[in-house]
Design a protein around this ligand. Sequence first.
Ligand SMILES: Cc1cc2nc3c(=O)[nH]c(=O)nc-3n(C[C@H](O)[C@H](O)[C@H](O)COP(=O)(O)O)c2cc1C
Length: 318
Amino acid sequence: MLTTRFTDTLGIEHPVVLAPMDFVAGARLAVAVSAAGGLGLIGGGYGDEQWLQDQFAAAAGTRVGCGFITWSLARRPALLDIALAHQPAAMMLSFGDPTPFANQVRAAGVPLICQVHTLDQARQALDAGADVVVAQGGEAGGHGVGTRSTFTLVPDVANLIADRSPGTLLLGAGGVVDGRGLAAALVLGADGVLVGTRFWATEEAVVSGGAHARAMAAGGDDTVRTRVYDIVRQYDWPAEYDGRLLRNRFIDRWHGRESALDAQLPEAAAEFRAGASEEDYDVAGVIVGEGVGRIGEIPPAGEVVRRMVQDAAARLGR
Ligand SMILES: Cc1cc2nc3c(=O)[nH]c(=O)nc-3n(C[C@H](O)[C@H](O)[C@H](O)COP(=O)(O)O)c2cc1C
């Protein structure tokens, strides 16, 4: 219905890709998206070998890909060997220079997808030989650079690709939760979309009922980009990255007061850990993007793919 260069190249039906959301995008969700005609990516995240092996085993028989956080993968590069041994449908690298891993991915005959947030990062991805570039705007849930919006970054990267590497494919990401978003991304010059938040809010996502309920009650104004959770989790994110999630009492207390948070880290980190284990979302994080305000239910992921594509096709007159 919405055939693009991306669907032709990847051999799939719909130009809709599940974002590799850390532990949220396990085998069940990735398989559901691929089975519905999109492309599911298992969330390799920061890298947990046993979890990764389990997800590939559970997804056996369905074509799924995988995605890693690049700066974290650089510390445990053997995880890439493990993932590539499963012949994934695609390998996505986000957040860091993909160059050191690009040859290995392509030598395995696996399409390389690189997520970028700026034009400089897009040039770096093209130089590394990315088969697919994901242009992620700051509306997105989760990590990014946040200086650009999807509405301007996608056409800028489309123009860059047309000038420098016309065979490279482009996905838009950030704020795409329905057919309007998919149709808009295609009109802006993308060959498809990478979707996180909308699939986070599905039956197959590994998300607690409490987090889902919190997000269903939230609007598009209720998210914020912050480094607060990376500080309390003591994750070594490079300085240019922050992450978008739902505002809550804990973030409101510390966002903008990061130096004070550093000074009180042991107590704040203990409070965060307790909140996370008790599923107290006034403290624990709910990672979603600005599109959350247009999500009102938790359907099966295949239903999301079908509705998104049907609505986009109707809007585009196809
Ligand atoms: C809960 C959550 C976790 C995420 N984790 C990752 C991740 O581990 N690796 C990654 O490349 N992107 C991750 N992302 C970002 C996505 O790749 C994507 O850019 C984003 O979800 C697109 O915006 P949207 O959420 O508005 O659809 C995550 C996003 C969310 C919502």
